[in-house]
Each structure stands twice: as structure tokens, then as C-alpha cells.
Design a protein around this ligand. Structure first.
Ligand code: CA
Length: 154
């Protein structure tokens, strides 16, 4: 009888209350939104997706704009889908070495680009030697360590 009671208590403690789920979508993903500009505004152990090019430095508001701060593989960016215009990787101190940015949610749609720790992309409208436009396309972010393949499924 005591054992059954103890088990019931453990089960009750491990099951989240239904009223606490889905308060905000961001609680389900390791991503949060902050207001700011510049790569220095990117918190430690994070990938930062900036709403504007040049890390929000050119925003008319003067103080910056939104930055989505990713702290783990995130299948969705609530409120920030297809919004990123510049990127910064600040992964030092994490198990991850590289971020892969996917065109669709749930790590689908293929890999738009990679970013290693410490790297930045100031303008996703013109990326790489071919000046590819990847602006406002990123929908999920996978974080990778060591040997890896196919970070975003095609
Ligand atoms: Ca997309």
C-alpha cells in the first residue's frame, strides 16, 4: 500500500499539469527573443539570428531590433520564422561546433548554410562567392558536434 502511494506520488510529480503547457510556444523550443543590436549583444553559448542585416546595427529605431537567441537544436523559431537577416555564432563552452540553418521547420528543406563557432554573416541577402540570397528563409536550426551528416533533411 505504501509502495503504491509512493509510486502514485512519483507519477504525479513527473506529469506536467495540463494547465501549464502551451502557455507560450517559445517554452517548447530552446529559443528566446531579445531586443538589441551588434554581435556583442549575442549571449554566451548561443546562436543569434538578427531581424535585420548588419546585426540590427542599421535599424531606424536606434536601439536595435529583435534577436532570436538559440541555445540548442530548435525545430521551430516561434515568432521568428523566415525572419533572420544576419547571424552570429557564439558557441564557445557548448558541446556544439557548428550550426546548420534549415529552410523548413523540423530540420527539413535542406541546409541553407553552416556557421562555425565565432563566425558571422552580416547580410543574408548576399552570402558567399555566388551572393546567394538566404534572407528571411531560416525556419529551424540544428547544432552539431564532431562527425555529422545531413543536418537538415532535403
Ligand atoms: Ca523557411
Amino acid at each position: 500500500m505504501i509502495k503504491k502511494l509512493a509510486l502514485a506520488l512519483v507519477l504525479a510529480a513527473s506529469v506536467p499539469l495540463t494547465t501549464e503547457t502551451s502557455v507560450t510556444a517559445t517554452e517548447d523550443y530552446p529559443v528566446r527573443k531579445i531586443w538589441g543590436k551588434g554581435t556583442a549583444a549575442c549571449p554566451e553559448k548561443s546562436i543569434c539570428l538578427y531581424q535585420d542585416s548588419n546585426y540590427n546595427e542599421d535599424s531606424h529605431e536606434g536601439r536595435g531590433r529583435w534577436i532570436w537567441v538559440v541555445t540548442g537544436p530548435t525545430a521551430r523559431i516561434p515568432g521568428g520564422n523566415d525572419e533572420a537577416s544576419s547571424l552570429h555564432a557564439n558557441l564557445e563552452g557548448t558541446p556544439w561546433e557548428t550550426a546548420a540553418f534549415c529552410e523548413d521547420t523540423n530540420f527539413q528543406g535542406g541546409t541553407l548554410l553552416y556557421l562555425v563557432d565565432g563566425a558571422s554573416r552580416p547580410n543574408l541577402k548576399r552570402v558567399g562567392g555566388h551572393q546567394v540570397n538566404l534572407n528571411d528563409m531560416i525556419s529551424s536550426v540544428n547544432l552539431l558536434a564532431g562527425d555529422w551528416r545531413r543536418p537538415c533533411s532535403a
